[in-house]
Design a protein around this ligand. Structure first.
Ligand SMILES: [Zn+2]
Ligand SMILES: [Zn+2]
Length: 269
């Protein structure tokens, strides 16, 4: 079985931006996502870790090695288990205020017991319940996170989950969490899709105001362009027209619709 150093893939994407990847498909392929991306930004004073992954292997030793003498802030883009798994290793976690309570409690992951992958046995020590965050700090739309030379603005983007956030840096990097990524985006139920489209329009408008933009999603390709948001918006608008092609996904209690570009997972609950 892998050690924590073998489990995470660490990519130095820029001098001050690391991507720490783990293979979600190796934990449970039923999620239809191959990679989860965590991001570590090294500001001149403070480092920021965006998401803590699945919690299968210790993450903190890796982060400590990369941040040197900087202070560390840790943030969750939203409360889903694949983003909050190692929260308990850190003193304090920032998350949108709507999801504060969720990560203050243990996260039930008993659904993973039936994964075909052996590595999930590592969760037995937690009895398939991820430990809660030690202390939680709320974020809201418009908050600024100051890392010294780098700052990030919090953008509330409800849809994938009620408290999902994106983060825009002062040098035009947009971290989108699960709000936008290639592969299999998980969407709210059909009648809420117009709200999700509003969230995407808001992001597109914001990005179009910048001279250029780099987008860093939390699953699959870790750096893409504005076309991700535009493709996703266009694709979701078209879901109504191809609704008859949907296939039932019992694991996620959702409908799957594949338009060749995205494989949408649309909640039924
Ligand atoms: Zn999610
Ligand atoms: Zn996710």
């Amino acid at each position: 079985m892998a050690t924590h150093n073998e489990w995470f893939e660490i990519i130095k994407h820029k001098d001050d931006l690391y991507i720490i990847r783990e293979k979600l498909a190796e934990i449970d392929p039923r999620y239809n996502s191959y990679y989860t991306n965590l991001f570590l930004l090294l500001g001149s004073k403070t480092a920021l870790l965006i998401d803590t992954g699945a919690g299968l292997f210790p993450l903190k030793p890796i982060i400590n090695e990369l941040i040197g003498k900087r202070d560390l802030k840790v943030l969750n883009t939203h409360c889903h288990w694949d983003h909050v798994g190692s929260n308990h290793e850190f003193d304090e976690i920032y998350i949108h205020e709507i999801e504060k309570l969720t990560i203050s409690r243990p996260t039930n992951i008993s659904i993973l017991k039936s994964s075909p992958k052996d590595v999930v046995k590592r969760y037995e020590k937690y009895n398939y319940s991820l430990p809660p965050a030690n202390s939680v700090k709320p974020l809201k739309d418009g908050d600024i996170i100051d890392l010294g030379d780098l700052t990030l603005e919090v953008i509330h983007t409800p849809g994938h989950s009620p408290g999902s956030i994106c983060l825009l840096t002062n040098r035009n990097e947009l971290f989108t969490g699960d709000t936008a990524h290639y592969g299999t985006p998980y969407l709210p139920k059909k009648k809420l899709l117009p709200d999700f489209l509003s969230t995407l329009s808001k992001l597109i408008n914001l990005c179009e105001k910048q001279e250029y933009i780099e987008i860093y999603p939390s699953h699959e390709e870790y750096v893409v362009g504005l076309e991700l948001l535009k493709d996703l918006h266009k694709g979701i608008e078209n879901i109504e027209n191809i609704w008859d092609t949907r296939v039932k996904n019992d694991f996620m209690r959702s409908w799957i619709i594949d338009d060749g570009k995205f494989k949408y997972d649309i909640s039924r609950i």
